[in-house]
Design a protein around this ligand. Sequence first.
Ligand code: PGA
Length: 252
Amino acid sequence: MKQNLIAGNWKMNGGLAANEALLHELQQGLARALDSKHAQVAVCVPAVYLSQMQQLVMGSGIDLGAQDVSTHEQGAYTGETSASMLKDFAVRYVIVGHSERRQNYGETDAQVALKAQRALSAGMTPIVCVGETLLEHESGQTEEVVKRQLAAVIHANGHCISEIVVAYEPVWAIGTGKTATPNQAQEVHAVLRAQLKAATPHAERVHILYGGSMNAANAAELLSQPDIDGGLIGGASLKPADFLCIIAAAAR
Ligand code: PGA
């Protein structure tokens, strides 16, 4: 059975001193917890801290992730960060298509697919976020929306699709304290798994993470679902004790 993957999404939080303190606590906690080796752990940090974090995670077993990547390889794109730049800092994971980027920066399915492609070509694993808004949820469009979002990435990435990570993050659950019930989440994860199966014989290998107010109290039940292979954790990843609890719940 594949290990669960627990990835922290720090969003636009952190600072040199705070990052160091957080990492220190995480490392101490992981060293104490015997089960830590049974879950993969990553932290997706703001790009400006990648250099600092590359040093801090060294030898800790924690992988480094970024939160976005440019659709372009290089050139006159002020403010952007390319996949090869991320790769210079030993980045393993790149979040693409987070709902905050889709909503606040107008990212389209096609751009998200291209970002996933850029990450894969540079040898990194894109964490492709999909998820419906509250309106879409309430009007019964969840399945249609997540399938459309994932289809764009499958279409652009062909046989490499088994190398991605998918994160199902219902937008109405992000940062709100509202979580999808384990059954609700499992239902959507099963839809995504079936879609991956139609695209690759290696769909079982793909981690499908749940994200959206996952915390120390609800992690175990969510992670016990057959198609939930880990979590993408926002708020709770900034609190070492909570993040460690989620990692412990993910050990299997
Ligand atoms: P949350 O964020 O855990 O704070 O809801 C999850 C995410 O946005 O990835």
